[in-house]
Write a protein that binds this ligand. Structure first.
Ligand SMILES: Cc1cc2nc3c(=O)[nH]c(=O)nc-3n(C[C@H](O)[C@H](O)[C@H](O)COP(=O)(O)OP(=O)(O)OC[C@H]3O[C@@H](n4cnc5c(N)ncnc54)[C@H](O)[C@@H]3O)c2cc1C
Length: 403
């Protein structure tokens, strides 16, 4: 492994070296080399089921008997290692979005999700975005009509991942009284979250072809008067925003680490090619500008990886830095994109074909600069928190009155 940020992490956390060995062995036996678009597409769901049998789907949630400490650092390591083989391998390990149901669900939902997602290795998705409103959570229009003993869910979600593979979705919606959906300003209604099993009546799917991340389906979920028991509600009505922020702070860092793993592999492959490739009488690697650009890309990947793991260590201590996690995802995916673009360049015309992993990595990482919050939005989360802090400090010193 090229990235230096990982080695001290393994030394620091109990059992992590063991987890590293298990995941590496798992990947070596199934995805021994990074995937190219020309390779046959792996049966990802079967691989995930095998990961479940190997005990690798519950590593982010409390599980008994694991030699490693379960938690976000363990999950982050799995994501980084998965990304080194392929960005689509991100779905193989951990409970994924099922973690929201496991952390906030009623006992029945927790039992069902644990059985399906952790034990059997099925997949859980998240349905937040809607066609008219992806980055603006307040603008969501999917409603759950409250009929006392049950909810009726209606709306359209998309574009979202895993519509064909997921066994269930955590759906973000607004809970309102029957008849109030047309008359109330839905922006005023706080967000709630429900667990939606995909075998519920009234769930329709529609897929489309994305630029990258094609290992898993992508499309719309149409929810047509889907009846759900009240026990499908996660936490209390109106708790959706808290569930979203807590989960996505960690999840964004996970997606950052998938891309950093891909970039780390791309840099390693480029360094090897630059050494082996002759240009005139010397190697490509001996050209100072090539070495400098490769070094600069590696430095960004190192820094972003160290930042991501430090955020995950804090999350494992119940210290969630929402602005930090948001900006780290944006910075890491942007840095990974730049690194892979350089790697593609250093592979010359071969890099511009589907025979090397570079073009697939580029397309996959491109998607993660939009998914889970567009990077522009995520950088501004950090900026706003800095400005709030600055205006607070200035106000204390009596120079400015806070608004
Ligand atoms: C590969 C992929 C997988 C996805 N998977 C899922 C999933 O599983 N579940 C799910 O719920 N959603 C998923 N999404 C949807 C994703 O979360 C949304 O696309 C994203 O939040 C942006 O919303 P939007 O597409 O409506 O873009 P818009 O909200 O229309 O924004 C378009 C662009 O405008 C800019 N912009 C918007 N708001 C701001 C702002 N406040 N500040 C600065 N710039 C801004 C950004 O550049 C942004 O990219 C996925 C998207 C992709 C690409």
């Amino acid at each position: 492994m090229f990235c230096h940020a990982v080695a001290p992490l393994l030394a620091k956390h109990r059992g992590l070296e063991d987890l590293h060995s298990r995941i590496t062995a798992f990947l070596d036996s199934r995805l021994p080399t990074p995937l190219t678009e020309d390779d046959p597409r792996p049966d990802w769901l079967t691989l995930r089921r095998e990961a479940a049998q190997a005990g690798l789907t519950g590593l982010d949630v409390a599980s008994s008997g694991a030699p490693w400490q379960s938690g976000r650092v363990a999950q982050g390591l799995a994501m980084f290692l998965a990304g080194r083989r392929d960005c689509d391998a991100r779905e193989l390990f951990s409970s994924g979005h099922g973690a929201m149901a496991l952390r906030h669900g009623t006992p029945d939902v927790v039992r069902q999700v644990r059985e399906r997602v952790v034990v059997e290795g099925q997949l859980a998705g998240v349905a937040s975005s809607e066609p008219h409103s992806g980055s603006d959570l307040g603008g969501l229009r999917t409603v759950a009509l409250d009929h006392g003993d049950h909810l009726v869910l209606s709306g359209t979600k998309g574009l979202i991942s895993r519509v064909e593979e997921a066994t269930g979705f955590v759906v973000f919606c607004k809970i309102v009284e029957p008849g109030a959906a047309e008359t109330r300003d839905l922006r005023e209604v706080p967000l709630s979250a429900v667990w939606l099993p995909m075998d519920a009546t009234g769930v329709l799917t529609e897929t489309t072809v994305p630029l990258g991340m094609r290992g898993w389906s992508f499309g719309h979920l149409h929810l047509v008067d889907v009846r759900l028991g009240k026990d499908c509600l996660l936490a209390a009505p109106g708790d959706g925003r808290r569930i979203f922020d807590t989960h996505f702070s960690a999840w964004r860092v996970m997606m950052a680490l998938v891309c950093l793993g891909a970039a780390d592999a791309a840099i390693t492959e480029s360094a090897a090619r630059a050494q082996a490739r002759s240009v005139g009488r010397s190697s490509l690697a001996s050209i100072p500008s090539v070495a400098a650009r490769l070094g600069a890309a590696a430095a960004e990947i190192e820094a972003a990886t160290a930042w991501c793991f430090s955020l995950l260590e804090r999350i494992d201590q119940d210290d969630i830095d929402v602005p930090g996690c948001s900006a780290a995802k944006a910075f890491a995916t942007d840095a990974a994109f730049r690194a892979v673009d350089l790697a593609l360049q250093l592979h010359g015309s071969e890099g511009y074909t589907s025979r090397t992993p570079m073009e697939k990595r580029l397309r996959d990482i491109r998607g993660l600069r939009i998914a889970d919050g567009p990077n522009d939005t995520l950088y501004s989360v950090l900026a706003h928190s800095l400005m709030t802090r600055t205006s607070g400090r200035t106000a204390q010193s009596g120079v400015l009155t806070p608004r």
